[in-house]
Design a protein around this ligand. Sequence first.
Ligand code: MN
Length: 142
Amino acid sequence: MPAKKKTATPRSSAAVEDYLERILELINTKGYARVVDIAQSLKISQASVTNMIQRMDTDGLLKYERYRGMVLTASGEALAKNITRRHRILTDFLRLFGLDEELIFHDVEGMEHHVSPPTLNAIEALTAQLRKQPALLARVTQ
Ligand code: MN
């Protein structure tokens, strides 16, 4: 049964970015990504995950075979690496302030979908500068 066709381009959606981020993470840590692992990681039912994975296959972000798992295509991997980079830069930034790790993760999972490339570059540069300014950092750290 084919998945319902969507007119909106899922490529840019936060949900697709979350999937790509998890899939790359699973491939990097376990060597493969399975529907069951993605479902667990995103706290979504396996049926929903399968639906989304099939749509992402249709959109050329990955290749999915029911009993063999999935591999990212070049464009899927590029997008996955991009969202992973946004996650890392935002996390590095927020960690400067001694915030709770769970809070950081929660905030980054939201911010990473919205931050623009210029803002991300500014945050990355600011993080590098702040690391060299422990006295200044101490004044803004909890
Ligand atoms: Mn993330």
